[in-house]
Design a protein around this ligand. Structure first.
Ligand SMILES: [Zn+2]
Length: 363
């Protein structure tokens, strides 16, 4: 019997040491230690031996089983390590590499982002944001804004007219709005003074070159109340200029003409590239302001009394816009122009081509 035990033991140890995988090792465990294996069966027969034999055989069988168990444990550990190494090598997992970068995240288009920034500036000054229709009538786009019947902007070549024949009545003729100013009239019709609103939106004119696109964006501003002066306009636009172009900026007003403001001004901001000096530190001429020291940013003025007179008194806007009682100012800025100045963009058309290589630079 001892010989049988020895033979099982040596057979088991050789097999266990040669096991090539964890599953092969598990099969050996069943084969040598399982309920129907030879060694356990032998152990059950030990009690039938004589007293003298029983002790020796029992000890030998127990030692053999313990040794087989220990050998299986050792081999199992070695196999776990080598199998992990093998799997890592096969899957080429280099745990020292950085993780996968997140998928590209989109961002607001530069014009949308700047529009929101401008809205925030004026909301901070107490203005509300309004939007209005892009398809307008001649009445709101020109007549109510004091454009004379012969004003050149009304030309078929300067405005996109729509369905000229079908809408009857000169004031009802439809067009794509050429500016955001029609909303001055619509806002005053709907709300009594005092009124402080900004109106962002798309406008349309039939021009197309590096500095003109058929579609662009404006931000209109309108402030109406009692005792509002040109000084208030200047202070408001100075706050805007400093928020957008830096806290050192100054503004200057130059006389100009617009049909719907009187007096009208063009507004310049001191150049942020040369701090308004016109030349750079190395003595060369500032390219941004072309040596002027000032950048033209928008048109503005005191609201013409004829514009107030064009607002009919309605229940909604009582007490109405009596030019003898209320004054106000208005401005219109091109949002693309503000972005061109701020980011040094040379060609307006870049905004609308949606080339990601361009847009990514302005996130
Ligand atoms: Zn400059």
């Amino acid at each position: 019997m001892i010989e049988q035990i020895e033979s099982i033991r040596s057979e088991a140890l050789v097999a266990i040491r040669g096991a090539a995988s964890s599953s092969e090792l598990e099969a050996l465990r069943v084969r040598f230690l399982g309920r129907k294996a030879r060694l356990p069966l032998l152990l059950r027969e030990v009690r039938m031996l004589s007293d003298a034999e029983r002790g020796k055989v029992g000890r030998a069988a127990n030692e053999a089983r313990a040794q087989i168990e220990a050998e299986i444990e050792a081999r199992a550990h070695a196999l776990r390590v080598s199998e992990l190494d093998e799997r890592l090598a096969r899957e080429r997992d280099d745990l020292t590499l950085p993780g996968d970068p997140p998928l590209a995240v989109g961002a607001a288009h530069v014009i949308s982002a700047l529009t929101r920034e401008l809205e925030d500036i004026f909301i901070g000054l107490g203005y509300s944001v309004l939007e209005g229709p892009e398809i307008e009538t001649v009445h709101y786009n020109f007549d109510a804004l004091n454009h004379s019947p012969t004003h050149p902007a009304r030309d078929e070549s300067d405005t996109f007219y729509i369905d000229a024949e079908t809408h009857g009545g000169e004031g009802a003729r439809l067009l794509l709005r050429t500016h955001t100013s029609p909303m001055q009239i619509r806002a005053m019709e709907a709300h009594p003074p005092p009124l402080f609103v900004v109106i962002p939106g798309r406008v349309y004119r039939p021009d197309s070159d590096a500095t003109h696109t058929p579609q662009f964006h404006q931000l209109e501003g309108l402030a109406v109340g009692e005792g509002i002066t040109l000084a208030d306009l200047k202070g408001t636009l100075l706050a805007f200029a400093r928020a957008v172009f830096g806290s050192e900026r100054e503004v200057r007003l130059r006389p100009h003409f617009f049909p719907f403001t009187e007096p009208s001004v063009e507004v310049d901001v001191s150049c942020f590239a040369c701090s308004g000096r016109g030349d750079l530190a190395d003595g060369s001429r500032c390219a941004l302001c072309k040596g002027e020291g000032w950048l033209e940013v928008l048109g503005a003025g005191e609201v013409d009394p004829n514009v107030f007179a064009a607002v009919p008194d309605t229940a909604a806007n009582t007490p109405g816009y009596d030019p003898e009682r209320v004054q106000g100012f208005a401005w219109g800025m091109g949002i693309e122009r503000i972005a061109m100045l701020r980011y040094g963009i040379p060609d307006l058309r870049l905004y609308f081509e949606n080339d990601v290589r361009f847009l990514e630079q302005l996130r």
